[in-house]
Design a protein around this ligand. Structure first.
Ligand code: 3PG
Length: 214
């Protein structure tokens, strides 16, 4: 567990922002990933919300050299196992269930489970998760909520996700318990549909210049 957490920290420290991607068409996967990597955001979360997601992960891993690919929307043991089979560098869940956490014990892919209350955070910490997603971030108290956890729960570092934008990302990243933030603002559906890869690179470049405190 300790080793997996260390490895996950090293991945999440690579960039201030992890793009959270919903990709419908496999053909978009590689140009989208290239656009984000070129903009300075190499750590990518490909959500398992679309039928195309596994093939998107395969394609990006095969063709985008500097991308670090993880899976997202990992809701159960089967999705975590699939993430491992696909060779994902990490797997992100919007929550945590006993079945998912039990499966994670015997799967090498590091899991980033989510919490949104001190009790949930403490329960995950008891199981060795010092890195947690905070979801849905803006809707659950945002940066002020996370700031309030620094004193009582300094062991935990978070990846807040949900409602984070170019305008509010810095308010999270300045916190010492935020390792990186997740979000989709640099890869909006309309730009993916319009194959505006240059536009996505511009948004990624601006996100990649945000400062990470933790
Ligand atoms: C999601 O659930 O899609 C992620 O949390 C991203 O949320 P966002 O679109 O609000 O950035």
């Amino acid at each position: 567990m300790q080793e997996r957490q260390k490895g996950l920290a090293a991945v999440l420290q690579q960039a201030p922002v992890v793009p959270v991607l919903v990709i419908e068409n496999v053909a978009d996967a590689v140009p989208l990933a290239k656009a984000l990597v070129e903009g300075g955001l190499p750590v990518l979360e490909i959500t398992l919300r679309t039928r195309a997601a596994p093939d998107c992960i395969r394609a990006i891993k095969a063709e985008v050299k500097n991308a670090i690919v993880g899976s997202g929307t990992v809701l159960d043991a089967a999705s975590l196992k699939l993430s491992a089979e696909l060779g994902c560098a990490f797997a992100v869940s919007p929550g945590a269930t006993p079945a998912l956490l039990a499966a994670a014990q015997s799967i090498a892919t590091p899991l980033l489970p989510a919490s949104r209350s001190p009790s949930e955070t403490m329960m995950l910490l008891e199981q060795g998760y010092a890195l947690q997603k905070f979801f849905p971030a803006e809707q659950s108290g945002g940066a002020p909520y996370l700031a309030a956890l620094i004193s009582p729960l300094p062991q935990v570092r978070f990846c807040p996700t949900g409602g984070i934008t170019a305008d509010n990302a810095a308010s999270y990243l300045k916190l010492t318990n935020v390792i990186t933030v997740g979000g989709s603002w640099m890869a909006p559906k309309t730009m993916i549909a319009g194959q505006d890869w240059a536009g996505i690179t511009r948004l990624a470049a601006s996100a990649s210049h945000l400062e990470q405190a933790a």
